[in-house]
Ligand binder design. Structure first.
Ligand SMILES: [Zn+2]
Length: 341
């Protein structure tokens, strides 16, 4: 398999929140190939338990991606939608989507009420003004294709891995799934205590899969692995930069839901330094991850991420060197498992 072929498959496969089955299949297939035993819980999380005893470290990457759910099919065959996860309606327009119809995938374009027909003084589009145009002219035609209330859709994209970067949809968080798989392959397991490596469901709508795992395992240490906001782009003042693409693994010091435990951050930073792994510190006051559930269940918590520009839109871009760096760091953490913390 060529370089990044697995990430390509993970990114191109659709998996909106609550509908992660195809991503789970890819991951299970990889775990089988790598000879890891896995479990699947009723909500759909896939996880591997390695080692025994304490500390118990729960490492997770989420399988779902932002998407849409059809709320209503108009008489003319347009699909009105609600968002599954954080979507900016203004940037969604004109994008190609894959509608996951019962009788097979259907392509559509996101449209909106023409701006000059919007109410005076109103600037920002809302999700209610969006619709998906699948090129049919009646509700009956849509229903015949297997599209109705509750049908989901995700952005459709190419995947590009030539050069220094990877470009595609759903790098949040398929890059995290990829990193966790590669790190498992490298580390095989902890030298001490227990590690649970999990691929979670429904993160984009509140970390629901992670919540069930946190309750099940009551981890001592909880780490979410993400494709996270990189906003080192023109017009962003330096003090507003969350992470920089190409500058290494992002260690999350705080977000809207956690303050990372400083002892844990220091431990990871020292270990990274020893192993020559480049890290940067992320401060992200407006976002959250699966880790919010680990802290609520009493774990020492942090996030480790690959910086991705333009997350939660139809395309993201990440540096391969950052992906490799995070794989190195996570594999070191799995092996060490905070022996001296
Ligand atoms: Zn994410």
């Amino acid at each position: 398999m060529s370089e990044y072929a697995l990430l390509k498959k993970l990114c191109l496969t659709p998996g909106p929140p609550g509908f992660e089955d195809k991503i789970a299949e890819l991951i299970i297939n990889e775990l089988d190939k790598l000879d890891f035993d896995y479990k699947i819980d009723p909500i759909g999380n896939v996880y591997v338990e390695l080692g025994e005893g304490r500390p118990l470290t729960l490492l997770s990457a989420h399988m779902d991606e932002i998407g849409f759910m059809v709320t209503y099919v108009t008489d003319e065959g347009f699909l009105k939608v609600t968002n599954l996860g954080g979507i900016n309606p203004g940037t969604a327009i004109g994008n190609l989507v894959t509608v996951l119809a019962k009788r097979g995938e259907v392509y559509g374009i996101i449209g909106a009420t023409p701006p000059h027909l919007l109410r005076d003084g109103k600037k920002e589009l809302t999700i209610d003004e969006l619709f998906i145009d699948i090129g049919v002219s009646s509700r009956e035609e849509a229903i015949t294709l297997g599209i109705d209330r509750g049908t989901t859709a995700v952005f459709h994209s190419y995947f590009i891995s030539e050069g220094n970067c990877v470009i595609g949809k759903a790098l949040d968080d398929r890059v995290g799934c990829y990193v966790l798989l590669k790190a498992l392959e490298k580390a095989r397991g902890p030298e001490y205590g227990k590690v649970v490596a999990a691929f979670t469901v429904q993160e984009e709508v509140g970390g629901r899969g992670a919540s069930t795992l946190a309750h099940r395992f009551k981890p001592d240490i909880g780490i979410s692995i993400e494709g996270t906001i990189a906003n080192d782009t023109p017009g962003t003042p330096s003090e507003k930069i969350v992470t920089k693409a190409g500058e290494g693994a992002a260690i999350r010091l705080m977000d809207a839901t956690i303050i990372a435990q400083r002892k844990l951050v220091d431990y990871i930073t020292e270990l990274a330094e020893k192993k020559n792994v480049k890290v940067q510190f992320q401060i992200s006051p407006k976002s959250g991850t699966d880790a919010k559930w680990y802290i609520q269940l009493g774990a020492r918590t942090v996030g480790v991420s690959v910086p991705v520009r333009y997350i939660h839109s139809s395309y993201g871009i990440a540096y391969k060197k950052d992906v490799e760096t995070v794989i190195d760091l996570i594999s070191v953490l799995i092996k060490d498992n905070f022996k001296k913390l």
